[in-house]
Design a protein around this ligand. Structure first.
Ligand code: SF4
Ligand code: SF4
Ligand code: FES
Length: 258
């Protein structure tokens, strides 16, 4: 364990854990649009920057991305100096120029007092801030169905050659974790559509509720050693089954003579 000082308070942390994790544990509000605990940090959004120094640095300070910076003993951290707030305002101002109609960006910018961008808006705005979270999550799950393509203003997230991605299983992990809700999908009837590809949704055998896609179930069954018939029921039905089984065991164990 190490001891660091955050905004004047002594805090214990695990050596090498990322500073952002410590800040979040301390309930310090730091915007971090490109971060997700399940995937490697990427340092794309720059919003999580904080100021660090050490006693022996003689007043010298540095700004670092907290999602990528491992804590070490004696580190002194400030999270909301005037310079940091100005930096976050500038970044959000730029995001507003790129994504002027995106509610999540508008809300975050408003929290920092930026109501409209002072930069020229991009000609063809959309909601993607190119944080790379969707591609990292898809890669982490083993699908690598989408990636960032093109350069400069034309850079975007897309499947290969912008065709329906053959490696996608319709799990929705990209869409549900996108910080700006850029990735659209529909569930109509028993059909899910995402990235231009259609998938059949399975039904819970007991309740008839839709569960996951057939392709995702097949993948989990093959690669995560889950029997295919597990997906005949949804989570709720599995919980009920478990409760029922445990209830039976409890009754049975009471009936067994001691
Ligand atoms: S689609 Fe969403 S998650 Fe993917 S890079 Fe764009 S903003 Fe980030
Ligand atoms: S829905 Fe497709 S693209 Fe999105 S994370 Fe799942 S496999 Fe990847
Ligand atoms: S969360 Fe650290 S750079 Fe985005």
């Amino acid at each position: 364990m190490v001891t660091v000082t955050i905004n004047g308070k002594l805090v214990r942390a695990k050596e090498g854990e990322m500073l952002l994790a410590v800040l979040r544990r301390e309930k310090i509000d730091i915007p971090a649009l490109c971060h997700h605990e399940a995937v490697e940090p990427y340092g794309a959004c720059r919003l999580c920057m904080v100021e660090i120094t050490r006693k022996e640095w003689d007043g010298w300070k540095n700004m670092v991305t907290s999602c990528l910076y491992p804590v070490a003993d004696g580190l002194i951290i400030q999270t909301h100096t005037t310079d940091l707030i100005e930096l976050r305002k500038t970044i959000l101002d730029l995001y507003l120029a790129r994504c002027p109609n995106t509610p999540e960006i508008q809300d975050l910018a408003a929290q920092y007092g930026v109501m409209q961008t002072s930069y020229e808006q991009v000609a063809d705005p959309n909601d993607c801030i190119l944080c790379g979270l969707c591609t990292r999550i898809c890669d982490r799950m083993g699908f690598s169905a989408i990636s960032a393509v093109n350069r400069g203003h034309g850079r975007e997230i897309a499947p290969p050659l912008k065709n329906a991605p053959p490696d996608c299983v319709g799990c929705l992990a990209c869409a549900l974790n996108c910080p700006t809700n850029y990735i659209k999908y529909t569930d109509i009837g028993h059909t899910r559509e995402i990235w231009g590809r259609k998938f059949e949704l399975l039904r819970d055998a007991k309740t008839g509720q839709l569960t996951i896609t057939k392709e995702f179930a097949e993948y989990l069954s093959k690669h995560r050693v889950i029997p295919q018939d597990y997906f005949d029921l949804n989570d709720e039905s599995h919980r009920k089954e478990t409760a029922l089984s445990l209830g039976k065991i409890a009754i049975w164990s009471r009936e067994v003579p001691q």
